[in-house]
Ligand binder design. Structure first.
Ligand SMILES: CC(C)(COP(=O)(O)OP(=O)(O)OC[C@H]1O[C@@H](n2cnc3c(N)ncnc32)[C@H](O)[C@@H]1OP(=O)(O)O)[C@@H](O)C(=O)NCCC(=O)NCCS
Length: 155
């Protein structure tokens, strides 16, 4: 099941992403716990004041926190993103979580950007009807490494 992220979830979520294998798969840079908490403080403030349309859920399996999934606006597009703790990979949890999110969030089109090397993530998306819109060489950003990336869209 999915539920809104709560402040008490943050230590577990930070531990999930603060793993070199996790970062390598997503081709993102690691960030400090302060940067991580500052990003989440913005989201919680936005929820409290009603000034953000960020949707961010934790993924629970039998009550156990396995990862996060969500959707936010980036420029004029709505983009979906997700990540699980490494111990939970390979159990089709991301596939199921994306199905739940798509049932809950009617916004279309929805976009997703993934490193072209992230075959599991591409598969999670295409199983739910996302189609590859384009592949591009993306420069390094504050969060991502320079990488070949795929932009997918669910119309
Ligand atoms: C990417 C990630 C979310 C996948 O989660 P998951 O729960 O392991 O994925 P699932 O088990 O639901 O599905 C993975 C699918 O990809 C397939 N897959 C897994 N590894 C693969 C690989 N190396 N090559 C091709 N397909 C692969 C699986 O077989 C499955 O497809 P199937 O159901 O048709 O058999 C998880 O590995 C993760 O959190 N990685 C780190 C963060 C990240 O990369 N986030 C995404 C950023 S875009």
């Amino acid at each position: 099941m999915l539920r809104d992220v709560q402040p008490a979830d943050l230590p577990t979520l930070f531990a999930f992403e603060n793993d070199p294998t996790w970062c390598a798969m997503a081709m993102v840079k690691s960030r400090s716990e302060d940067e991580f908490r500052a990003a989440w403080a913005n989201i919680f403030d936005g929820w409290e004041s009603g000034t953000t349309d960020v949707i961010q859920k934790v993924i629970l399996v039998d009550g156990e926190l396995c990862g996060t999934i969500g959707c936010h606006r980036l420029n004029s597009r709505h983009v979906v993103g997700y990540g699980l703790g490494k111990a939970y990979w390979g159990r089709r949890i991301a596939s199921r979580a994306l199905g739940l999110l798509l049932a809950e969030v009617p916004i279309r089109p929805l976009h997703a950007t993934t490193a072209a090397t992230n075959a599991a993530s591409i598969r999670v998306l295409t199983k739910h009807g996302f189609a590859i819109e384009k592949t591009r060489i993306a420069p390094e950003t504050r969060r991502c490494l320079a990488r070949e990336e795929m932009i997918l869209v669910l119309a």
